[in-house]
Write a protein that binds this ligand. Structure first.
Ligand SMILES: [Zn+2]
Length: 89
C-alpha cells in the first residue's frame, strides 16, 4: 500500500486540503487494523454534472491494549465493533 496514493492527490485537488501534502492528516484517516482508507468518487447531480467527493471511514482514535501496553490508535468502528482490538478500560 503506497502512502501517497491518487486518493490524497484528488483529496487535495477537490478540497484544497494542504494538510495531506505536509505529511499529516491523511494517515489519521486510515484504520491501523484493517487498512481501510478514504475512497474517491463523484457527486452526480440531477443534470449529471460530476464533481469529486470522498467517502471517509468512521475512524476513532482510541486507547487499545496491545501486549500489556496501552497505545493510542486510529481504528475504524467496524474493527472496534467486531472486537479486533481490546479497548483500554
Ligand atoms: Zn478497521
Amino acid at each position: 500500500m503506497r502512502d501517497s496514493s491518487w486518493a490524497d492527490v484528488i483529496q487535495v485537488k477537490a478540497f484544497g486540503i494542504r494538510k495531506e501534502r505536509q505529511g499529516y492528516g491523511f494517515m489519521s484517516r486510515i484504520c491501523s487494523v484493517c487498512g481501510k482508507r478514504p475512497i474517491v468518487g463523484n457527486h452526480v447531480s440531477h443534470s449529471h454534472r460530476k464533481t469529486k467527493r470522498i467517502w471517509r471511514p468512521n475512524i476513532q482514535k482510541i486507547r487499545v491494549v496491545e501486549g500489556g501496553r496501552v497505545l493510542r490508535k486510529n481504528v475504524c468502528t467496524r474493527c472496534i465493533r467486531t472486537g479486533k482490538v481490546t479497548k483500554a478500560a
